[in-house]
Write a protein that binds this ligand. Structure first.
Ligand code: ZN
Length: 259
């Protein structure tokens, strides 16, 4: 079920938003699955739950992401054991974000669970806020375990020094919607973009895009990384705004594992 939802989640991006908005088929089912959704207007986040029945959780779910991180409870839930490998750059623009697909073999282990990296992608501004404050961007590294449970590692990206580890991704950035393209001979390891300090916030949340599936284990690093003004501007050429607003925390607790 969850794998099907992920495929639908990814497949939804295959629909060209510019095309569907031009044709005004905002609630029509596209060939290949999924309906048009976006970040503003009639197909924006306030309407995702009504766009189609499979997206109902976006409106009815009580464990939605992103959230404002405040009042995190210090705990000792365990360090992140990150073992990411290099992957030949396979990049796409799915109409909602710029995404890099990852080869198998890169893992994140935490508290006895092991997850495989599937892909990473970006949002601007950040989706999570800390004490109500957005960062300029946010990196999401999406993982799955063998039971098809998701874990997403979020990394806040503040405006500052250029992020050299992201240069190859930015150099290949597809500004228009397009399928996966392999950049032969270019290898990336997203671990190179992570901060040295690996303290993190953890809570139970959801995908931040339709179908907003829940039971996603979220970990957001407490230490931000930086991206230059120019790098932010380059990403905004592809996506001026692709962040879902923060959702009610409801009865959830946000935990803090210090570095
Ligand atoms: Zn994301």
């Amino acid at each position: 079920m969850k794998r099907r939802e992920l495929l639908r989640h990814l497949g939804a991006g295959l629909l060209a938003c510019s095309v569907c908005s031009a044709l005004r088929i905002g609630s029509a089912r596209a060939s290949g699955g999924g309906v048009h959704w976006g970040y503003s207007g009639d197909a924006g986040p306030d309407h995702w739950g009504q766009l189609e029945s499979d997206y109902a959780t976006c409106a009815s779910g009580t464990q939605q992401s992103p959230v404002n991180i405040v009042g995190a409870v210090p705990t000792s839930i365990g360090e992140l054991e990150i073992d990411y490998r290099v992957t030949e750059l396979k990049i796409l623009n799915n109409g909602h974000t710029v995404q890099v697909n990852y080869d198998t073999g890169s893992t994140l282990a935490v508290r006895g669970s092991a997850y495989q990296v599937q892909q990473f992608h970006f949002h601007t501004p950040s989706e999570h806020t800390v004490d109500g404050k957005h960062s300029s961007m946010e990196l999401h590294i999406v993982h799955q375990d063998t039971g098809n449970n998701y874990a997403v590692l979020g990394v806040l990206m503040d405006e500052g020094a250029e992020n050299k580890a992201l240069r190859p991704v930015w150099s290949a950035m597809p500004f228009k919607e397009t399928g996966e393209k392999t950049i032969n001979g270019v290898w990336v390891n997203i671990a190179d973009a992570l901060p040295a300090a690996r303290g993190y916030y953890e809570y139970e949340g959801s995908l931040t895009t339709p179908p907003c599936s829940q039971s996603v284990r979220w970990m957001v690093l407490t230490a931000p990384i930086t991206v230059s003004t120019q790098q932010i501007a380059t990403f905004k050429r592809a996506f001026p705004m692709n962040a879902r607003p923060v959702q009610p925390l409801n009865s959830r607790t946000i935990f803090l594992q210090k570095a």
